[in-house]
Design a protein around this ligand. Structure first.
Ligand SMILES: Cc1ncc(COP(=O)(O)O)c(C=O)c1O
Length: 461
């Protein structure tokens, strides 16, 4: 494809040139020079079924030809009902009603507003505050950014953000409270949970509407699962203080971590579960929330049944038809079984890389949502300077070698901490995992060669 002469695109990075992708097939993307990239992060952990699936494209075209748009204030489509039914049946017990949005940020925004309306309608008008967690990500709209704890993304907009509170999530590998995870586990007493209760009491439970958390922290920490029992304690606190528990499964949903939703592994039932990315496997902008019956009953019994919210493209016919076609592929290809086979294999292979590279200090994650933490020296626990751009550099080298990963920074305290997410399409085969590991191995070797010339760096807090 010929490049245009004048560039009108407002790029993600205006100082960068991006490869132009012409097509994709399976786990591979191809650019206009013919270069092939193994998509080892499913784009942004979204292209969960890989690229170029004709049946999904055909379903999109069919729906677009029949009725591309109807407004959900007046009309609905069959595919809306069919997709809602499928998703509702996958969700935990009593979490049934599905509300669609176009992206994960909107889904979380909707969930936080719904929590507020639920309390207000039930005669608890003061409940409005949201508690989120540091080093968690819930989206880029003002509400979702306020609830999230991505320090870098928040900084530019600090004066615009809502006054929401934050606690630390359990990053046991480097506990922000300085505790040892074994002690917490033995005592079933986590400082991060105590801190949540203290925060609720400080704010006044009568003011707190919702607590929002990712079940496995994705982009901000690089696939960090919680210790067993943590979320049960969180659920208890939410019940005790009448706080809506929003579990953000935008990244983890639809089989990514080895179960339909990661909450199944946590053994808790959320009040609202948000989803995105995997629902359409990246083939259309589609996301949403699944809502517990108690909240729906509240809307019916305490108000006129209307959620005071909505988007033009909620339940867009082409988007929901895409979701339906994508879920058909998940079922047809038995994707969950593949995640549970390939996930542990990839994990093992990453542990082998850790043996060989002292710049890997941790391998973590569940299913095919895995992450590695990068440090300057594992033996002496020397961290990279943020200006080293370690994760980004490793990814740039890997892209030259033909694979793309999802780099991230600030995983430890918002500033320090470098990680790489490895989250290939859930349809990946063993030989393709071997290719990912081979390229990552090579990229890390080249990166370490480059490093030997640089000075060491101590953590700054
Ligand atoms: C856990 C989580 N929540 C919300 C979002 C925001 O979703 P979107 O970018 O579709 O608005 C993301 C995106 O990466 C995410 O990972």
């Amino acid at each position: 494809m010929d490049r245009v002469e004048k560039d009108y695109v407002f790029h993600r990075d205006l100082k960068k040139e991006y490869p132009i992708i012409t097509h994709g097939e399976g786990v591979y993307l191809f650019d206009d020079t013919g270069k092939k990239y193994l998509d080892a992060c499913s784009g942004a952990v979204a292209a969960n079924l890989g690229h170029g699936i004709a049946s999904i494209g055909e379903a999109m075209a069919d729906q677009a030809k029949k009725a591309a748009f109807v407004h959900t204030m007046r009309f609905e489509t069959q595919s809306l009902h069919q997709l809602a039914e499928k998703i509702g049946k996958m969700a935990p017990e009593n979490v049934n009603k599905v509300y669609f949005t176009t992206g994960g940020s909107e889904a979380n925004e909707s969930a936080m507003k719904l929590a507020r309306q639920y309390h207000r309608d039930a005669g608890r008008p003061q409940k409005h505050m949201v508690i989120g967690r540091w080093q968690s990500y819930h989206g880029n709209t003002i509400g979702s950014l306020s609830a999230g704890g991505d320090v870098k993304r928040r900084h530019a907009y600090t004066p615009n953000l809502l006054n929401y509170a934050h606690v630390y999530s359990p990053y046991c590998h480097r506990c922000p409270y300085g505790r040892q995870s074994d002690d917490c586990l033995k005592q079933q007493n986590w400082t991060c949970v105590t801190d949540l209760e203290r925060t609720i009491l400080e704010l006044g439970p009568e003011n707190v509407s919702a607590f929002i958390a990712e079940p496995i922290v994705g982009s901000q920490q690089g696939a960090v699962p919680p210790p067993p029992g943590y979320f049960a304690k969180v659920r208890e606190l939410c019940d005790r203080y009448d706080i809506v528990l929003i579990i953000d499964e935008v990244m983890t949903g639809f089989g990514r971590t080895g179960t339909n939703f990661a909450v199944e592994q946590l053994g808790i039932i959320p009040d609202i579960l948000t989803f995105g990315k995997g629902v359409s496997a990246g083939y259309a902008p589609l996301a949403g929330m699944i809502v517990h019956d108690k909240i729906i009953e509240g809307l019916i019994n305490n108000s006129d049944g209307k959620f005071l919210h909505g988007y033009t493209y909620s339940g867009h016919p082409v988007a929901v038809s895409t979701g339906l076609a994508a879920l058909d592929v998940y079922e047809r290809e038995n994707v969950l079984a593949n995640v549970n086979e390939q996930g542990p294999y990839l994990f093992e292979r990453l542990l082998e890389l850790k043996e060989r590279h002292s710049c890997i200090s941790d391998v973590r994650g569940r299913g095919l949502l895995l992450g590695i933490e990068l440090v300057k020296s594992r033996e002496e626990d020397v961290l990279f300077k943020p200006s080293d751009k370690a994760a980004e550099t490793v990814n740039t080298i890997a892209m030259e070698l033909g694979a793309v990963f999802y780099p991230g920074t600030g995983s430890i305290d918002g500033v320090n901490g470098e990680h790489l997410i490895i989250s290939p399409p859930l349809t990946i085969m063993k030989h393709e995992i071997d290719e990912i590991v081979r390229i990552l191995d090579q990229a890390l070797t080249l990166f370490e060669q480059k490093l030997r010339k640089d000075e060491t760096y101590e953590i700054t807090k």
